[in-house]
Design a binder for this molecule. Sequence first.
Ligand code: MRU
Length: 349
Amino acid sequence: MEETFLQSVRFDGERLHILDQTKLPKVTEFLEITNIEDVWDAIKQLKVRGAPAIGIAAAYGLALGIKNAPESDFDTFYDYFRDKADYLATSRPTAVNLFWALNRMDARANAERGKPVNEIKKLLVDEAHLIRQEDENVCSSIGENALSLFKDGMTILTHCNAGGIATAKYGTALAPIYLAKERGMDIKVYADETRPLLQGARLTAWELKQAGIDVTLITDSMAAMVMQQGKVQAVIVGCDRVAANGDVANKIGTYGVALLAKAHNIPFYVAAPLSTIDLETKTGEDIPIEERAAEEITAGFGKSTAPEGIKVFNPAFDVTPHHLITAIITEKGIMHGNYSEELPRLFEK
Ligand code: MRU
């Protein structure tokens, strides 16, 4: 099982190796990045994508960005550091993991302020490694917790890609599926293709097939029929941000899937590491939703499929209201609906 996981973000001390997810599934190619601008670009262009992987890439990107920062004194260094962190924060707005990781790096820099700046730079690389390693452990725990909700022989539907390449390893929503396979359970998956960028077709279907999991690809519009015909017994998705009331932002189309699940009396689960939970954001309405270029819809993957100059609305994410979510699965356990009360408890020491 272990060998089926490609490490989508890896730092060798000099270069950041990023699996170029825009080239999948045809080509498996790693970018070798040595500067912060290319990390910004990789995040913006979705070469690295998925909330936890974005956070990990940003932490390493910041470590790269401060390589040439002045070392005379902490305050001069810190001004430079903040500049770079603020720059990375402009790459994508919705996944809170980006800001969470940059804040972790900021907190570490401040915690070490008494040390020489060249030492602090090394400690910030350590912090980025720690963020990566912790995510691996977190995904493994989410997998264990989520698997307790599934039974042998079940078929599950997922939307977008919340798999190994969207995280440090194992994924969030796909972690229980990998674990089930490891334990000899028979769990089948329907993967929504996920318009317009096809993360479901290009990434989820590819990842699961590689791991020998029984996966069937459908277009997004087929999910209703698949549910109506009783082909799936649960839905599980990842997410980019959970608001304090349990509203969840995830890939565009997720809200529709949640409504369908409700209509067909199928449980709708969200897998969310604590790094994706944002108690500062009160409700889904407060979550910034990224809008992307019209060409992703009018000329997806280079083929023109719409009239020249047509008006386009292309939000990359939508918000699923908490009342449609049967449970939110975290590394610290499963919450079943009383999110406003339960989410803050997760952060109590
Ligand atoms: O635009 P993307 O591909 O970065 O969107 C990714 C998703 O919506 C994922 O479901 C989410 O980030 C969770 S990844 C564990």
